[in-house]
Design a protein around this ligand. Structure first.
Ligand SMILES: *[C@@H]1O[C@H](CO)[C@@H](O)[C@H](O)[C@H]1NC(C)=O
Ligand SMILES: *[C@@H]1O[C@H](CO)[C@@H](O)[C@H](O)[C@H]1NC(C)=O
Ligand SMILES: *[C@@H]1O[C@H](CO)[C@@H](O)[C@H](O)[C@H]1NC(C)=O
Ligand SMILES: *[C@@H]1O[C@H](CO)[C@@H](O)[C@H](O)[C@H]1NC(C)=O
Ligand SMILES: *[C@@H]1O[C@H](CO)[C@@H](O)[C@H](O)[C@H]1NC(C)=O
Length: 500
């Protein structure tokens, strides 16, 4: 969600969404980003190619095409017939995902696999209408997960028919976060094209009526509760302390100075934005609570929530100013770990800029993900899920209203036992695991739990500080890949035998 939320405050102020709708939107922006990546010394090297895709796969009126970007790494590929690992790109620049999916780079040699990273339409360079792609709802109309999956299917078929030696290559889909949802759905919708899928941290059940709307924020809260004594309790109290302190002009000034804000807080609506920004900061920390120093949404120390909680461990009640000093120290762990932020910008919660607007649109149409808080089981101010308010905000912004039940209808919701060969991996620290598949559905719809893992830790490069649970998860994933590939080859041989 992070970065996208960056511009969220601007979004809020400019478009006057209700704050609950805003929170729902924000919570859905869960792009993976990263800085320098290759830790294991596996060099990232790929060719960048473009494929001519139909703008509309499902109707026959719009006949235009656009160039979809994809990356190929075939250094280790054993042809003919070596497997293809296909990353189903999510809401951002595909090179970021490519650089941050060390798992694929690390296993390519063992499998003699070709790696393909396909960019999702409307993100990065893959813009169906160029600079006009976001200009209005007519141009945005082709931004759906179904169109993206069709792009992937057409691309795979083209690769297999044009790449010498790829004709019989088994394809495995891999993705994290929204990309993980796409990987799972790719296998479900196109089982003749992909033999299996690894869907890491993929909240395919974070849709209306499938999981309780409060679970996401409960997990965020648990992460803080177990990372320092009274840490969650003090954050829960901080909202009221902010109200107290900001009720006077001198208090507002103190807050602005204490947090080192780039722009001083002036009004009530600034305070609402400030609180949203803090809330989002805690959520982002939960997503990237990795055991080692990493640069994902921001450069951060190992186990960043523990580092944050060192400043929030007061027991009993402390004066508001004292508490908020702790909060400001804590936020600076997130925003100023490298000491290079002259001031904190409340319009920004992660560095860089990826496809926030595209994801807003997706959240406002198909990807409706209810979120709520009660302030009791979680450490946030109570806020109900209000679909109507959310829908009104979407309509005001995009001239489009969300279809609450569509994702369930098109992708099966909880009723997916008829499918096969999908691994759903989830980290226990990751709030998105709330909407993930956390039990084995059949012996080929497998759930792998990584109790000490944050958001798609398993897809990242191996690291000396990886907990045993993520090592075990990767080993199991690799086993399933071997199994699927072996089975696909057997079926292929049988069909060749029959033909002759
Ligand atoms: C990804 O890695 C390549 C090769 O190291 C680099 O050229 C490129 O800038 C990186 N992309 C991003 C978005 O960081
Ligand atoms: C906020 O002000 C109220 C009323 O003065 C006080 O009781 C409370 O302790 C203050 N702080 C917090 C965190 O509630
Ligand atoms: C960030 O850290 C640097 C170095 O310690 C410090 O000079 C700067 O004031 C900090 N920024 C904020 C907003 O606190
Ligand atoms: C704060 O972030 C917003 C959004 O990225 C940006 O437009 C603005 O210039 C930033 N302000 C400062 C003072 O850096
Ligand atoms: C699902 O089955 C696999 C393979 O038997 C096992 O390793 C895994 O722990 C099971 N997952 C859950 C959530 O029980």
């Amino acid at each position: 969600m992070g970065l996208l939320a960056t511009l969220l405050t601007t979004f809020v102020l400019t478009f006057c969404l209700g704050s609950l709708a805003v929170r729902a939107l924000k919570s859905q922006l869960f792009t993976r980003r990263g800085g320098s990546s290759s830790s294991a010394g596996i060099p990232i090297s790929y060719k960048t190619l473009y494929f001519e895709q139909k703008i509309d796969h499902f109707g026959f009126l719009e006949d235009g095409t656009f160039k979809q970007r994809y990356l190929i790494a075939d250094k280790h590929w054993q042809q003919p017939g070596g497997p293809i690992f296909f990353y189903t790109g999510n809401e951002g620049d595909i090179t970021w995902f490519c650089n941050n999916t060390g798992f694929m780079w690390e296993i390519a040699e063992e499998f003699g696999a070709m790696l393909v990273f396909a960019e999702h339409r409307y993100y990065g360079e893959s813009l169906p209408f160029g600079a006009d792609s976001y200009s209005d709802n007519k141009h945005l109309n082709y931004l759906t997960s179904e169109q993206a999956l069709a792009d992937f299917a057409v691309l795979v078929q083209n690769l297999k028919s044009t790449f010498p030696g790829a004709q019989n290559s088994p394809v495995i889909a891999v993705g994290g976060s929204y990309g993980g949802m796409l990987a799972a759905w790719f296998r479900m919708k196109y089982p003749h094209i992909v033999v299996g899928a690894l869907a890491s941290s993929a909240p395919i059940w974070q849709f209306p009526g499938m999981v309780p709307c409060g679970d996401f924020y409960k997990i965020v809260t648990q992460d803080f509760a177990k990372s320092g004594s009274d840490c969650d309790k003090n954050i829960r109290m901080s909202w009221k302390a902010i109200e107290n302190v900001s009720s006077t002009a001198s208090g507002l000034q103190w807050l602005s100075e204490e947090f080192g804000l780039c722009a001083p807080l002036k009004s009530k609506s600034d305070i609402a934005g400030f609180k949203n920004w803090l809330q989002e900061t805690w959520v982002n920390l939960a997503m990237v609570d990795y055991p080692y120093e990493a640069n994902f949404l921001q450069p951060l120390p190992p186990w960043p929530i523990q580092a944050v909680c060192k400043y929030l461990s007061f027991s009993g009640s402390v004066p508001d100013y004292h508490l908020l000093h702790g909060v400001s120290q804590a936020t600076k762990v997130y925003y100023n770990y490298t000491g290079s932020s002259p001031c904190l910008n409340t319009s920004q919660t992660a560095t860089g800029s990826l496809g926030f607007l595209g994801w807003f649109y997706q959240a406002c149409t198909e990807m409706v993900m209810p979120m709520c808080t009660d302030g009791i089981q979680d450490m946030f101010e109570p806020e109900e899920w209000n679909f109507q308010a959310f829908s009104d905000g979407c309509n005001a912004r995009f001239g489009a209203r969300p279809r609450a039940d569509w994702a369930g209808t098109v992708y099966g919701g909880k009723d997916i036992a008829a499918h096969s060969n999908i691994i759903f991996s989830n980290g226990g620290l990751d709030p998105w695991s709330a909407g993930g598949v956390n039990h084995n559905i059949t012996d080929s719809l497998i759930s792998i739990l990584i109790p000490d893992g944050a958001h798609h830790l398993d897809l990242r490069y191996t690291n000396d500080h990886d907990p045993p649970s993520v090592r075990a998860a990767r080993a199991l994933e690799v086993n399933y890949f071997h199994k699927w590939i072996k089975h696909a080859k057997k079926i292929h041989r049988a069909s060749v035998f029959k033909l002759h």
